[in-house]
Design a protein around this ligand. Structure first.
Ligand code: DGI
Ligand code: FE
Ligand code: FE
Ligand code: FE
Length: 187
């Protein structure tokens, strides 16, 4: 599937704003992949589909999580987390993409996971720093991403967790585990 075909498929699933975010993630992910030696075509595809399930009804996502045996713990936490694993599932089922690395990058783009591989790191980070993002601290992470992928990723995960905690929201355990894994294994 080429870029235009992939973009046409996701455009139908997204609002204009979310589609523009997706194009931003795509361009950022391709740049990061080229810089850090990942497969730029896989980065492009994973970025295009990363928010594929963003606007699926909660009930549909809940059913998929249960029926497909995804971690049931997800259901106890914010439903904003659900579109990532459900998106990986639907990208395979509906768009026929079956590259495991691409699907995993979609699956873990919101929480991360311990032991993230390069493509997963790139998609998580591209989602955080694409040009349409304007939250506090994003500039620092953009600068770090120019020279050090892991440092940038740690900062992004740290900011996300601190943002949730400041609002008094629960933090999904995988997000904490991702943070610990990155901090404990940094060179
Ligand atoms: O889909 P996007 O808006 O592009 O970004 P995303 O998929 O990275 O994050 C979606 C939402 O998920 C965002 O509003 C923050 C929230 N989120 C991320 N990590 C956690 C989380 N929510 C909870 N409760 N716990 C988390 O660990
Ligand atoms: Fe997302
Ligand atoms: Fe994200
Ligand atoms: Fe996104």
């Amino acid at each position: 599937m080429n870029r235009e075909q992939a973009l046409a498929i996701v455009k139908e699933q997204l609002t204009e704003h979310r589609y523009l975010h997706t194009v931003g993630v795509m361009e950022t992910a391709i740049n990061l992949a080229a810089k850090y030696g990942a497969d730029t075509k896989k980065a492009e595809l994973a970025a295009i589909f990363h928010d594929y399930a963003k606007f699926r009804p909660k009930e549909e996502m809940r059913e998929i999580i249960i029926k497909e045996g995804m971690p049931s713990e997800l259901l106890e936490y914010n439903s904003e987390l659900w579109h990532a694993p459900v998106g990986a599932f639907l990208t395979e089922k509906e768009a026929g993409i079956n590259d495991k690395e691409v699907l995993d990058a979609i699956r873990y783009h919101t929480s991360g996971r311990p032991g993230m591989v390069l493509l997963e790191k790139i998609i998580y980070l591209a989602d955080y720093i694409e040009p349409g993002r304007h939250f506090p601290g994003v500039g620092e992470v953009r600068d770090l991403a120019e020279t050090n992928l892991n440092k940038a990723l740690i900062k992004a995960v740290q900011n996300t967790i601190m943002f949730l905690m400041k609002k008094g929201q629960p933090v999904f355990p995988a997000s904490f585990q991702t943070y610990n894994d990155l901090v404990m294994n940094k060179e």
